[in-house]
Every structure is written in C-alpha cells, then in structure tokens.
Design a protein around this ligand. Sequence first.
Ligand code: NAD
Ligand code: ZN
Length: 249
Amino acid sequence: MSLEFTQDFLDRLKRAERLVFFTGAGISAESGIPTFRGKDGIWNKMRPEELASIDGFMKNPELVWEWYQHRRKIVNETQPHDGHKAISALEELYDVTVVTQNVDNLHRRAGSRRIYELHGNLTRNFCMDCRTEFAESEIEYGSKVMRCKCGGMIRPDVVWFGEMLPQDEFLASEQAARDCDILFVVGTSAVVYPAAYIPIGAKQEGGYLAEVNIEPTDATRIMDVSFFGTAGEVLPQILAKARELKKSA
Ligand code: NAD
Ligand code: ZN
C-alpha cells in the first residue's frame, strides 16, 4: 500500500518542528496485542467493569489478577513493530512527544524517549495499602493474587474505570498537543475520556490533526487529513517522506 499525500500535509511535514503522536490500542494490534473495541475487540467478549475497575478487583481479585497475568504474558512475548519504530526514528528530525493510552510499554521498547502514559503501564505494580512499587521481575506468575510484605494486595499500575489519570502527565500531554505542529492520532477509537480530549483540545486551539487508522472513527470529522491503513504500513511511509523533505530543506 502506497500512501497519497496532500500538498498541504507535505508542506506541514516539511516545516514542522514538533510532532505529537497520540496513540491507542490499534498501534499495538500488529504486534499481536488485541484491541478492546472494533472487530475482534476483547470487550465484545468481556465486560470492562468486571475486570478493569476497583470494584471488579475487590469482588473477584483472582479473576482480575489472572486477566492481567494473561495480558502481561502477551505483552512480554511481543515486539514493537515498524510503526512504533518509525515514531522513535522521527526523533532524528523532530522534537517528538508520544502520548499513549496503551499500557504495553512498546513505545519505550521501540526507543521513544518522551512518553506520557495516560493509562499507566502494565509492567509496573504497586501495593494497594502502602503504595510500595514492584517491578515486573518481582512479580510471581500464578493464579493467586500477590501480597506485599505489609499484607496489602498488589495491583497493576494502570488506570481503571472510575480512576483519575495521572494529572501531571495529562496536563503535560494537553500542552504538548496544543503546542505541536502536527498531532498524529494513531490507532485509537477516541471514545475513552478524558484521554479523548487531547485531540479535541488541540483542534480547538487551531492545531493540525492527522489520523492513522484502519477505518473512520468518531474523531475522523475533526481531522485535517486521514490515512487509512495499518500503523505498521502508514507510519514508516511518513518517516520516509519526512526524511526526504528534511534533506531537501
Ligand atoms: P480501542 O480498542 O477502543 O480502538 C482501537 C482503534 O484502533 C480502532 O479505532 C481500530 O479501528 C484501530 N486499529 C485497529 N488495528 C489497527 C492497526 N493495525 N493500525 C491502526 N489502527 C488500528 O482502543 P483505544 O482507543 O486505545 O481505547 C481503549 C483503551 O484500551 C485505552 O484506554 C487503552 O488503555 C486500553 N488498551 C490498551 C492496550 C495496549 O496497551 N496495547 C490494548 C487494549 C486496550
Ligand atoms: Zn504494602
């Protein structure tokens, strides 16, 4: 698949200094991590409140623990793909910020340096009572919920339904999205709030938005340009074009 670029997009890509990538589950689909919504989405089979909420965890800690063990295992067995790598390679040419809703750590493993993780990170855990943090290597795999020395239950450091997003990272993300020259919105259905305010806020400030998704989303109507294709196909082509444009600049 070869992308068609509009002149407007090419001009912006050439002039741009700051890029922000706002990413969602779709960017990790090609690494083999299932998305939540859409075709083959996990939420077609399970209810989010039962698994990704504090009530769900208190009611059935074993089930939630097992579900996260399962997701950790998937994440550890996968690799970042050419789309994740294209974003980190763009740091050669631009000031790049990644704002992700993903908890899979793949942007970091791909080499991106400035990453705001709005929904936490699956590879971190903490004690619900004393807040001690536990690295991935300290976690024992198994179906029993792990407990801290203090007796508290250990939970993944991810934002569950009904919980606050990390405020500093959220504010910094909003700022970066407002200040950048192009905001790329990649692989997100843009329906999970407050994260979905990031593109809306940038648009209200007159920002330029470019979407990368396999299909139109609720956010498509506010985009300046949309590239329909997989993240792994589209992002490397944008990187190649940017290298070409910056070389001739
Ligand atoms: P979502 O599941 O709601 O939407 C995924 C979007 O990605 C859809 O619009 C779909 O069309 C698109 N998509 C699917 N495959 C694609 C591909 N190969 N290339 C480009 N786009 C593709 O995901 P969301 O908007 O991120 O919201 C869901 C919530 O789920 C987030 O809060 C996130 O924390 C969490 N989540 C994270 C992971 C992960 O860390 N990898 C996985 C599943 C869900
Ligand atoms: Zn503790």
